[in-house]
Design a binder for this molecule. Structure first.
Ligand code: ZN
Length: 301
């Protein structure tokens, strides 16, 4: 059911402690304002009329958020509880946003000094993703791992260090170039790169990706075809139930949907996956097929 989160403001309330920090904060604020002006005046927006998960048409106000000169609004599907951003950027504008604005602006820079810490953060994320998978019976060594939305490649670098063969893609050419410079097999693009691939995947990772996707059913169908019949899928999205103190991170322009474990599971099951394990972070493990028999290790071993 619809649940109201309240209203927010993107401006940072913490007080810089030095003149350097003050300058950086001022520069950031100017960049944010300039970006929000661009988004408001040169990008196109559309209302969401149907829930992208269940096709429900009753969407109730759930949250609003001010980001510079933009007022982002979010609505909750009465039927399944999915929270959607509406209005949101049209397909063409979304593509342009990711091409021109997303990584470079969100991460405040594109050079190695900015990329390396993000690569290292990916390695730390890889560590905890691997921990979740192993806790639920998935062994890693020797597996073909593919990550859609791999950013700078840190997660894949960790899986490679654990004996996996890894590949990945991201829409950010900057991020992919950096990952390649670290020796990873990465490509610029998204899930369409998996279509027609002869090399099937044992473990596919979607870490903070699904909430960005316009047509999740079609996206997941491509993912399912890319996975080996015994393959497993790791999905992580920002969980509504865990969002209380992290609203600024969660309510952002690129996040078209916000999940709880129950409606994430409903989406994946409708796309031909069966649920293995999950939590409200949300982290969840699925495998191909609708049967509930067997353990995940049976699937990937
Ligand atoms: Zn719905």
């Amino acid at each position: 059911m619809a649940q109201r989160w309240g209203e927010g403001e993107a401006a940072c309330s913490s007080r810089p402690r030095s003149s350097g920090a003050l300058l950086r904060a001022a520069k950031l604020r100017v960049e944010n304002l300039a970006q929000s002006l661009r988004l408001r005046t040169t990008y196109t927006w559309q209302e969401v009329k149907r829930c992208p998960l269940c096709a429900g048409t009753v969407l109730l106000p759930s949250a609003s958020y001010r980001q510079g000169l933009l007022g982002l609004r979010f609505q909750a599907c009465q039927e399944c509880g999915l929270v959607v951003q509406s209005p949101r950027l049209t397909s063409g504008s979304l593509a342009r946003y990711y091409r021109r604005e997303y990584r470079a602006s969100l991460k405040r820079g594109v050079d190695a000094a900015h990329c390396e810490p993000l690569f290292q953060r990916g390695i730390r994320r890889g560590t905890y993703i691997a921990g979740f998978l192993e806790e639920h019976g998935v062994t890693l060594s020797g597996k073909q791992v593919y990550e859609v939305g791999c950013a700078y490649g840190g997660i894949l670098a960790y899986f490679q260090s654990r004996g996996c063969r890894v590949r990945g893609c991201d829409v950010s050419a900057v991020a992919v170039a950096y990952g390649r410079s670290r020796g990873l097999d990465l490509a610029v693009g998204s899930v369409e790169l998996l279509q027609g691939s002869r090399q099937q995947v044992d473990l596919l990772i979607l870490s903070h990706v699904l909430e960005h996707i316009e047509e999740p059913h079609a996206f997941l169908e491509t993912v399912r075809h890319a996975l080996a019949s015994a393959g497993v899928l790791y999905v992580e999205v920002p969980g509504l139930a865990a969002a209380k103190d992290r609203r600024r991170q969660f309510l952002q322009l690129g996040h078209l949907m916000h999940f709880r474990l129950d409606n994430l599971r409903r989406l994946l099951e409708s796309a031909g996956f069966s649920f293995v394990a999950g939590n409200e972070v949300v982290q969840a493990l699925f495998r191909v097929g609708r049967s509930s028999a067997g353990k995940p290790e049976d699937a990937v071993g």
